[in-house]
Design a protein around this ligand. Structure first.
Ligand code: SF4
Length: 494
């Protein structure tokens, strides 16, 4: 069963006995909870599209371990073309769902673990890589949905993990046994965590040699004893619990249904441990993961913006402003920003290079530039969408007013626009735009895969400023031109 069907995915979640809390209450069957179901429905699309012949090339790949056809979400990138196809897959899924489809965190965590377990073995004669390949074979065979868990709560930001008043602010090993370890701590912002089969736990920051207990990377089944999921709050999330048109994106939800995951003394057997104390390699693990994930945003947000641009363009038709040159120019601006980030993600992938383990890494400078642009362009595209759709996004009465026989007809009458469009279309598309440009969406674009400053640090490090100064000196002061040319003011003529 290398490719699960959407139904098999949902059924497999039903079998997991996880400890989950939504809205502060213990929930036994997360699949049937209206706050979680849209996010599950989104992931189900990732399974569905893999079975469609027209999407086979981007949604599936050939396993380098077994030669089997597998889901691209469980694949180790074998070439620059694989990296490009990943970005194409993300744009496609973004277009189909209009939101975050969650599986990319697990995919990038898988790839980071694959690469680093190889490098640790080479440096320290450990056997993590073989162990990880065995784990990966199972993940591919069962087409598992993995949550990548990386962000520690971090407590006092001026202190390192080992200096915190509460040492649990970073996930750590609290007990070592012959057959495994016991971990304690929490990871925040886990995209799709509550509807995943397993969690890949990775350290979230580079560590010093004294911080061995924090250098733990491992896989944890979602229903392992001691694992607790606490579902995050989103802007407008109580709308999911109402009926009517107010939900915004009722089928697929907003962003990834993030959850905090608490590890209350969770036992991890040796076969699921892929790094244990090798602090020297944690920096590479964090960097590999972040670099792949930063390039993703040009794909997924590109697909999401396609839907938002479409909804905005439709709104201008409903309003009767679509032929106005200024309106059309604003749509062009939205398209321009969207295609720019997509092109950067494709470029970062096309320029991918081989890592020591044989898998492929995206170009780091371009990948970080993609994410940096996302922290601006998603806001700018949302701003233009608000501009074109109008102030009613923030003021329109709720679905209950529409259903009230005393006032419903008045709400409809005074929200009508072009007569060929039903007024409910204007309201429905308005709610979609409202939802997909909400605070939760924007904050995710800002901080997902690392906050903006993290990318700027990498960009400065990779920019080779000294080389650029030499280039400037050579162009301005250079003397290697063809002899005899009459170049005004050139050093050779002075
Ligand atoms: Fe994937 Fe984008 Fe969601 Fe990250 S934000 S998990 S890249 S869809």
């Amino acid at each position: 069963m290398a490719l699960k069907s959407p139904q098999q995915y949902v059924d497999s979640l039903r079998k997991l006995k996880i400890r989950a809390y939504v809205g502060g209450e213990r929930v036994e069957r997360i699949v049937d909870h209206p706050s979680v179901a849209p996010h599950i429905n989104t992931v189900a699309k990732t399974y569905e599209l893999a079975h469609m012949p027209e999407h086979r090339e981007v949604m599936t790949a050939t396993s380098h371990l077994t030669g089997e056809r597998i889901h691209r979400y469980t694949h180790i990138f074998q070439s620059a073309d694989d990296l490009v196809k990943k970005i194409q897959m993300l744009r496609l899924l973004g277009q189909v769902t209009g939101t975050c489809f969650q599986r990319c965190v697990g995919l990038d965590a898988l790839n980071a673990m694959y690469a680093v377990s190889y490098e640790v073995d080479q440096a320290q004669q450990t056997d993590y890589h073989q162990r990880f390949r065995k784990y990966l074979t199972r993940v591919q065979a069962e087409d598992l949905m993995l949550a990548g868990a990386m962000t520690d709560p971090k407590g006092d930001r001026s202190k390192r993990p080992g200096e915190q008043a509460d040492p649990d602010q970073f996930v750590r090993v609290v007990e070592r046994r012959p057959d495994g370890v016991v971990i304690r701590g929490a990871k925040l912002h886990n995209t799709g965590g509550i509807n995943s089969h397993e969690i890949l736990v990775l350290p979230g920051t580079a560590l010093t040699p004294e911080e061995k207990d924090y250098a733990i990377a491992c896989a944890v089944p979602a229903d392992a004893p001691g694992v607790i999921f606490i579902f995050g709050r989103q802007s407008n999330d109580s709308r999911k619990l109402e009926t009517g048109c107010d939900a915004g994106n009722p089928r697929f939800g907003v962003v990834g249904g993030e959850a905090m995951v608490v590890f209350e003394d969770v036992f991890v057997p040796n076969e699921l441990i892929f790094l244990n104390g090798e602090t020297k390699h944690v920096g590479a693990l964090v960097t590999y993961f972040a670099t792949w994930h930063r390039s993703n945003y040009g794909g997924c947000k590109g697909g999401n913006a396609d839907v938002l641009i479409g909804a905005t363009a439709k709104m201008t038709r409903i309003l009767g402003t679509d032929r106005n040159a200024v309106v059309r120019d604003k749509l062009i601006e939205m398209i321009h920003m969207n295609e720019t980030t997509y092109a950067s993600a494709i470029g970062a992938s096309a320029m991918g290079y081989k890592l020591p383990c044989g898998s492929f890494m995206v170009d780091p400078m371009m990948a970080n530039t993609v994410k940096q642009n996302i922290t601006r362009n998603v806001y700018q595209i949302g701003r233009l969408s608000h501009d074109l759709a109008g102030g009613f996004l923030a003021t329109m009465p709720d679905a209950k007013a529409l259903e009230n026989p005393e006032i419903g007809h008045l709400v409809k009458k005074y929200h009508a626009a072009k007569p060929e469009f039903d007024v409910m279309e204007r309201i429905k598309y308005g709610r979609y735009i409202e939802g997909m440009t909400s605070v939760t969406t924007m904050v995710e674009a800002m901080h997902g895969a690392g906050s903006p400053q993290a990318q700027r640090i990498v960009m400065l490090q990779g920019a080779q400023i000294e080389e650029k100064i030499k280039m400037a000196e050579q162009v301005i002061d250079g003397t290697d031109d063809v002899e005899g040319l009459p170049i005004p003011g050139a050093p050779s003529n002075r």
